[in-house]
Design a protein around this ligand. Sequence first.
Ligand SMILES: [Zn+2]
Ligand SMILES: [Zn+2]
Length: 130
Amino acid sequence: MPRQRQTRQRIAIENVFDHEPRPLGPAEVLDLAQEEVPKLGIATVYRALNDMVEEKLLRVVELPGQPARYEKSGLHHHHHFHCLQCDKVFDLEGCLLKSNLNLPEGFKVTGHDITLSGSCPACAPDSDES
Ligand SMILES: [Zn+2]
Ligand SMILES: [Zn+2]
């Protein structure tokens, strides 16, 4: 499929995901992309996000009870941390799940999905060492 000519809006939206490597909701994408294209509207963001999912550049991140967020596709296996105070979602490197689960005989795991929740450093400055 021939790649369409990139619009400035679309480039700005793609750049957001390079500069902010964590799952982003449409409103966050709009905020960040507007630094580059101030006239950008939320409808354009929604359209670009849908296109980018279809083009497999992004994948949808669904957290229970949360609106869809988006992250770049093809990332290594990782988990997410949801800050309940600022509502941001962060990537956690690596896997938190040990493989020594005691599964009943006959069960075979092919994947898992773990989201941690709590507060991020910006929202919980009680461990401030400076
Ligand atoms: Zn936070
Ligand atoms: Zn894992």
